[in-house]
Design a protein around this ligand. Structure first.
Ligand code: SAH
Length: 365
């Protein structure tokens, strides 16, 4: 890689079709494939060593092992779900057979002592199309022909299914925020988890709340959520069941606030509304409406855990939206925590794209 004047800038992985043609991997020249492979192996070792310092186990055995640019391995996402390693190539380079083989091999040997014995490759059809890679189904790479397992996050159990059946996979970036949300619940709390997917927040809140209602528009996601609830049910316990509701979150919040429903904790974790800069304004309206309705339904002292995973919406813009929602609702909000993605999704200073998740904890005064 050279600048316009021909001065050496570093070595990069190349994609012939992506909008991002070059992704830098080193300041140094790499003279052969062997040198490249050795560098990538070293980066994997560093990534795994970093996760060990986070002391994620034994409470959780699922986390992101490699977070692309966050681990100086651009184009690679690797997750561990208990005994299964999931490999996802986001670029042509990381899809190359020799690179994949070396990286999977390295991760498997480093994670063997943690009990990882199987590897699966997950393929995102849209990403493969952008990279001009042929479509491919998710496939087992090592350890048999199926990858279903049970993993834990903060001691809460979840189903994982990578190949065939009902696909699952967690939003691992919320692991630390699940624990945070649960810590605000106290015995009699009534909780509402909006955009619950397979139950991440709801299942963490349930043991500490008197009622939990969870909403998502996806029936398949709710079916997995119910199964996950079953995994965590304690024999003979008096714990109430979670109420899973299939609905459009916007409609449901409107109906519930009109009906005067009140909660002690509300979690909002919508999909990224701002997938590009172009749609920021529409996205902002969506975030505002959701948060406004939620704030109106909180009891005094109630907690709002409000998330946005839109990279293009900055934290200060998001806070401004929350502030304007609180003004419209005529409620004062205390800013308790400005959180982000879990630390197994490292944020690198100087690479702003590595920070995307906002998780703001507010309290109605
Ligand atoms: N909180 C979840 C992740 C949420 S992902 C967790 O921690 O695991 C976003 C979810 O929003 C998806 O499950 C998707 O099905 C759901 N969704 C998208 N649009 C929706 C809408 N208009 N109403 C309700 N749910 C919606």
């Amino acid at each position: 890689m050279e600048d316009e004047r021909g001065k050496f800038q570093g070595s990069a992985l190349y994609s012939s079709s992506s909008q991002i043609a070059l992704r830098k991997v080193s300041d140094q020249p790499l003279r052969s494939d062997d040198e490249l492979l050795e560098l990538l192996r070293q980066r994997v070792r560093q990534a795994v060593a970093y996760r060990k310092t986070l002391a994620i186990a034994p409470q959780s055995n699922a986390y992101r092992v490699v977070f692309s640019e966050g681990d100086a391995l651009p184009g690679l996402i690797a997750d561990r779900y208990n005994d299964v390693l999931s490999y996802q190539a986001l670029t042509q380079a990381m899809d190359r057979a020799d690179i994949k083989q070396v990286l999977v091999g390295e991760m498997m040997s480093l994670l063997a002592e943690a009990g990882v014995t199987r590897a699966v490759e997950r393929c995102d059809a849209r990403i493969r199309e952008l990279e001009a890679l042929p479509p491919r189904p998710d496939t087992m790479l090592l350890g048999g022909d199926q990858a279903s397992t049970i993993y834990t996050l903060n001691g809460v159990r979840f189903h994982y299914e990578a190949v065939g059946g009902q696909k699952t996979g967690a939003f691992l970036d919320q692991r630390e925020n699940y624990a945070t949300a649960a810590a605000y619940a106290h015995g009699k709390s009534r909780a509402l988890d909006v955009f619950c997917y397979q139950g991440g927040f709801a299942l963490h809140l349930a043991p500490r709340c008197s009622t939990v209602t969870a909403v998502d528009s996806s029936r398949p996601a709710l079916e997995v959520a119910e199964k996950n609830e079953g995994l965590n049910r304690v024999e003979n316990s008096s714990a109430r069941e979670i109420e899973w509701i299939e609905a459009n979150a916007f409609d449901l919040l409107k109906d519930y606030s009109a009906a005067g429903q009140q909660y002690d904790i509300i979690v909002l974790d919508p999909p990224a509304f701002a997938k590009s800069k172009r749609v920021l304004e529409t996205a902002a309206r969506g975030y505002k409406e959701l948060n406004l309705r939620a704030i109106k339904m909180l009891r005094p002292g109630g907690i709002l855990v409000s998330c946005s995973c839109s990279y293009h919406l900055s934290e200060s813009d998001f806070l401004a939206i929350l502030s304007s929602a609180s003004a419209d609702a005529q409620r004062n909000l205390r800013l308790l925590e400005q959180r982000t993605q879990s630390r197994d999704h490292p944020i690198i200073l100087g690479i702003p794209e590595t920070k995307y998740l906002k998780c703001i904890v507010l309290q109605v005064t």
